[in-house]
Design a protein around this ligand. Sequence first.
Ligand SMILES: NC(=O)c1ccc[n+]([C@@H]2O[C@H](COP(=O)([O-])OP(=O)(O)OC[C@H]3O[C@@H](n4cnc5c(N)ncnc54)[C@H](O)[C@@H]3O)[C@@H](O)[C@H]2O)c1
Length: 331
Amino acid sequence: MAGKVRVAFVGCGGIGNFHFGHFADNKIPDAQIVAVCDKVEERAQKAAARFGATPYLRWQDMFAKEQFDALYVCVEPCAHEREDGGMELAAIEKGCHLFVEKPVALSMDYANKVLAGLTKKKLIHAAGFQDRYLDFAPRMKAWLATKEIGFFNGYWVGGMPGVWWWRKRSTSGGQAVEQTIHTFDMARYLFGEVVAVSAFGRRGIMENVPDYDTEDASAVNLKFESGLIGTIYSGCFANAFGKNGIDVFCKGGKLEYTERGGFKAMEPNMTIEMKTGNDYGQEEDDVFIDAIIENDQSLIVSPYSEAVKDLEVVLAANESMDNGGKVIYLR
Ligand SMILES: NC(=O)c1ccc[n+]([C@@H]2O[C@H](COP(=O)([O-])OP(=O)(O)OC[C@H]3O[C@@H](n4cnc5c(N)ncnc54)[C@H](O)[C@@H]3O)[C@@H](O)[C@H]2O)c1
């Protein structure tokens, strides 16, 4: 590719700014943010001023007027496909490489259409599961590969995010879909494909929260292709008394993964402990731009295709919760 990779953004809110931080101060010298879009004018203006980019209020206008090689989609879960057939499909039509924040959609139909378009046009694609870029993740996976695992427990238990769209299933998908999907993704990264899902959720713990209609707590049972079983818990009622991570119980050993912090693997006479040693968020953006320059999708550790499989699992969890814990078979 000649010249810098020209990058555009839709969504200049919380996670948009996380990515902006990685492009700021010429930290990714091979890329330039040329256009930014947000429905909230001051967000678009602020981001545009930071990068000398052009601000837009409507992505349709940005797509019509600007030339860019890659698009970051950093909008709330319900917004991907809401307007004019969907922003990802329109970007694919333009031949744009795509970075899409998780959850990549709220419907499998749309996510599958996007994946088919990306594959057909051989575009580079990535999704926002930055934990896959933690420097110790391959080491943790390698240790587990030597063990016979009995089962695991995963957790995303904490407080309630402040963004307006989080509190309704119709706009966020609920906690398992919107937040705990990071834990589901790490479980799939470590353990492989999920074949069956059965879940229970409960409501009513959080009181006096306006416009709130999703689960306060859920437990999702998973069965993997390998035969492995595990449960992933979500909760938004615990604030500082929660836990984020995965505990894996093995024959003669145990591994504790602390979300984004490190891991501790214990076996008789040996303990391995590693803490996070890299800026894994910076790395996911560096790698996305490198993959575009090299035209090499295999560099991406967190492709859109993996995010679609994560989405399938968490949407199945919702379906099961809504149907008394019914087992949903995925393959
Ligand atoms: N990878 C991570 O760790 C991580 C962390 C936080 C959020 N996220 C994900 O990122 C997404 C956004 O979350 P957030 O916290 O940044 O939300 P946010 O509400 O702070 O920002 C979303 C922005 O998108 C804009 N937007 C929505 N629809 C638009 C449209 N059609 N055109 C232009 N702008 C539009 C909104 O105005 C808003 O400014 C969510 O899916 C969330 O799950 C990922």
